[in-house]
Design a protein around this ligand. Structure first.
Ligand code: RB5
Length: 143
């Protein structure tokens, strides 16, 4: 399973910490930047991750900006992306269980590492429920 990672400067530190955690869990990673705390534009990085998922270069993505809001909006502009912003474990669980979110967005200025790690692990370890939720995801895919 390959996971794409991307962030702007506001999410850079969190992206780097999550990268270490995912390496330790044995995932293959595709880091799409940014690579420092120098100011960059989050739409570029949300788009890059969205395109990596849509093209099949990675199966799942995790993206971070200051709040997680801007970069999630950008990723969701890419057809085939279902990016969910999660601020707690319940949202992360539902994002996968009901929405089959293929990208998780996090706020580097909102979450500490412990909170973010729990959110990431919950999302990765939860299965999509299918059933009536598949119909709704199909509707999203048609849009
Ligand atoms: C950058 O200062 C900040 O606006 C960005 O990281 C993000 O929070 C946008 O939604």
């Amino acid at each position: 399973m390959k996971i794409a990672l991307a962030s702007d400067h506001g999410g850079f530190a969190l992206k780097e910490q999550i990268k270490e955690h995912l390496k330790n869990r044995g995932f293959e990673l595709l880091d799409l930047g940014t690579n420092s705390e120098e100011s960059v534009d989050y739409p570029l990085f949300g788009k890059a991750c969205g395109e990596a998922i849509a093209s099949g270069k990675a199966e799942l993505g995790i993206i971070c900006c200051g709040t997680g809001i801007g970069i999630s909006i950008a990723a969701n502009k890419v057809c085939g992306v279902r990016c969910a912003l999660a601020t707690n474990e319940y949202m992360a669980e539902m994002a996968k269980k009901h929405n089959d979110a293929n990208i998780l967005a996090l706020g580097g200025r909102v979450l500490n590492l412990q909170e973010a790690t729990k959110i990431v692990d919950t999302w990765l370890d939860t299965e999509f429920e299918g059933g009536r939720h598949q119909r709704r995801v199909d509707m999203l895919n048609e849009m």
